[in-house]
Design a protein around this ligand. Sequence first.
Ligand code: HEC
Length: 134
Amino acid sequence: MTKTLLLTASLLAAATGAFAESNEAVVARGRYLVENVAGCGDCHSPRDPRGQIPAGQHLMGTPLPFAPTVPMPAWAAQAPQIAGLPGYTDAQAVTLFTQGTKPDGSMPRPPMPQFRFTAEDARAVVAYLRSLKK
Ligand code: HEC
């Protein structure tokens, strides 16, 4: 009996440890995709005159510091806050990052890219953005 309990306890501990580890790995993958591959901060983080992101402003949204050189029918001059991913459920965000569509079926205006992440990578991006709770 004691043996069974001990075994159950250690199995549970192992499973919990594995979960914590894998969630950490998912967030790390999301950070890599956001920071090193997709460059979300190029548009979603403000910059000071020296090109640095002001403290606490990482992925907090900003007016874009550039504009099209030709007239564009649709253009968003402002990139919203994505730290914490406000206004989106996980499922809605995965759809946006895999299919490029918002919950109402429309697409964000340029220059927001239409991403085609795999579902797994999209979930990692969501996990990382959620980890930046604001
Ligand atoms: C080249 C600039 C640029 C890059 C790079 C970029 N975005 Fe955006 N993003 C925008 C702009 C501009 C908007 C606002 C679009 C609008 O208002 O229609 C936007 C909108 C969004 C929105 C809100 C969509 C909505 O409901 O209107 C989310 C979420 C988002 N971006 C996430 C990301 C993520 C995550 C990345 C990186 C994987 C990323 N963006 C990379 C420019 C960019």
